[in-house]
Ligand binder design. Structure first.
Ligand code: AOF
Ligand code: ZN
Length: 456
């Protein structure tokens, strides 16, 4: 936050940039006052998960948050039947996965707990790609505590893998521990696994239960499941503006529309994504860094710039050594070598009919290059184009309690003569962040398609 008397200007992406003449001092009248320090508020949140605003609630289950409060061990009160026990312990496994939301890409976030007679014997979550999977971490934890695991139950949020990837098959290690049961939330949509892990367990005489808390597990890994089943990443589009949906005044001035807490919350979402995507218009106007600067930064997301004429300046602030892809068309000038020096790889794709980048082709390319989740944060034109191209899976919208009147929209979309049939998006989380609202809405059809693809 800027010190009094040293105003900073906020870029349209909510980043502070060097002061420019039009910058309004931070104490300006229409800058809402925060009741608590947003920094503190964010710091209190559990690890790395884009968070929980105070009055968060609603329709999407947020397993990590709920179970984090529960003590480990036998569920309290009357003895639970098998189904209730399974959902209790699967919630613990989901909470494990929640701790690695910002770590595992391109692998899914998976959690595992090993239980016997109501006692947790070991727990773990997937590590960085190339590192151990959740089951191996839980096995190591149980071993370190001296437990023999014969007759135990493994709760895993994804089917144990059966293939040699960067690591050996988890299913062999699980079978070797001689559990009586393995309970999984999702089957693995990776065609190299695809049910073979569960088959191996059954063949070894282990009881297998599948489909426990599968929707919550899918919500932790929409990108991995999307990439494996439809070939493209899961993309959320961050928008910020006023309650009348405006992102800047008619003259382009946009600073301090949403407050510091909302901007910090936006950074938590950057930290979670595999890549942060923006357009060249925003880079030229605001020179953003596109780095996450809040939450547990366990690895840096890649950066992606959509730049059909390859105008990206070599001294752009976002070129800070983080691997970057610059998507352009085949006709763009040959600047590949100078950008390569700045760790930016130029990716040339055929232009669409309008001479611009074909956004669906960009998404397919990213899916082929192991990108699970994209945080898109751009100006009204690219935001509108992403929506028009039908590549937006989720909206992450911050709205300040201001009305800006006839001004720039959050997303530039063509006028319509009729109302669209049925709402494309459905709210999954609505809450307040500082003085602003945060709305999350998921594209209903794209979510249903994901659920169908993995039989949830
Ligand atoms: C599991 N447990 O915790 C995860 C699994 O290259 P590797 O060896 O790391 O394998 C990656 C694949 O393993 C990934 O594509 C997915 O199918 C599965 N992820 N499996 O048993 C885990 N993260
Ligand atoms: Zn595995």
């Amino acid at each position: 936050m800027s010190a009094p008397g040293r105003p900073k200007r906020e870029s349209s992406l909510g980043e502070e940039v060097a002061q420019r003449p039009e910058g309004r001092p931070s104490g300006a009248p229409n800058r809402p006052k925060r009741e608590s320090s947003p920094g503190e508020e964010v710091a209190k949140r559990p690890e790395g998960r884009p968070s929980g605003a105070p009055n968060r609630p609603k329709r999407e289950s947020s397993p990590g948050e709920e179970v984090a409060k529960r003590p480990e061990g036998r569920p309290s009160g009357a003895p639970l039947d098998q189904e209730a026990q399974d959902s209790h312990w699967m919630a613990q496994a989901l909470a494990q996965a929640d701790t690695v939301m910002n770590l595992t890409t391109p692998n899914p976030r998976v959690g595992c707990v090993i239980v016997r007679h109501g006692e947790c014997l070991g727990a773990g979550a997937t590590q960085q790609a190339g590192g151990p999977h959740a089951e191996i971490m839980a096995l190591r934890d149980a071993k370190a505590r001296g437990h023999d695991l014969a007759g135990s139950t493994f709760y895993v949020t994804l089917e144990p893998c059966s293939h040699y990837g960067r690591t050996p098959p988890c299913v062999d290690a699980v079978i070797a521990a001689r559990p009586a049961r393995v309970v999984v939330a999702l089957t693995d949509p990776n065609p190299q696994v695809g049910g073979r892990g569960l088959k191996r367990l059954r063949e070894a005489g282990i009881e297998v239960v599948q489909g426990v808390a599968s929707e919550a597990a899918l919500a932790q890994n929409p990108g991995f499941v999307g990439r494996m089943t439809r070939g493209t990443p899961w993309l959320w589009l961050k928008l910020a503006g006023s309650i009348d949906g405006r992102s800047a005044l008619h003259n382009g001035v946009s600073q301090w529309i949403t407050g510091a807490a909302a901007r910090q919350d936006g950074h938590l979402w950057r930290a979670r994504a595999c890549a942060v995507l923006t357009g060249i218009g925003t880079v030229l106007a605001d020179d953003p860094q596109l780095t996450p600067r809040q939450g547990r930064i366990l690895r840096l997301p890649r950066k992606i710039v959509l730049d059909s004429r390859l105008r990206l300046p070599v001294d752009a602030r976002l070129l800070d050594g983080t691997p970057t892809w610059v998507f352009t068309t085949e006709r763009a000038p040959p600047r590949d070598a100078e950008l390569a020096h700045r760790h930016a790889e130029v990716v040339r794709l055929p232009a669409g009919n309008d001479g611009r980048l074909d956004l669906s082709a960009v998404m397919r390319w990213l899916g082929e290059h192991d990108i699970n989740e994209i945080h898109a944060e751009a100006g009204p034109r690219l935001s509108g184009a992403l929506l028009q191209a039908g590549v937006v899976d989720e909206l992450l919208v911050y709205q300040a309690p201001l009305l800006l009147g006839d001004a720039q929209p959050m997303a530039q979309l063509p006028a319509r003569d009729t109302l669209p049939e049925g709402a494309a998006f459905e709210f999954i989380d609505v809450g307040q962040v500082g003085a602003d609202l945060r709305l999350r809405a998921r594209h209903a059809e794209r979510w249903s398609a994901l659920r169908r693809a993995i039989a949830v």
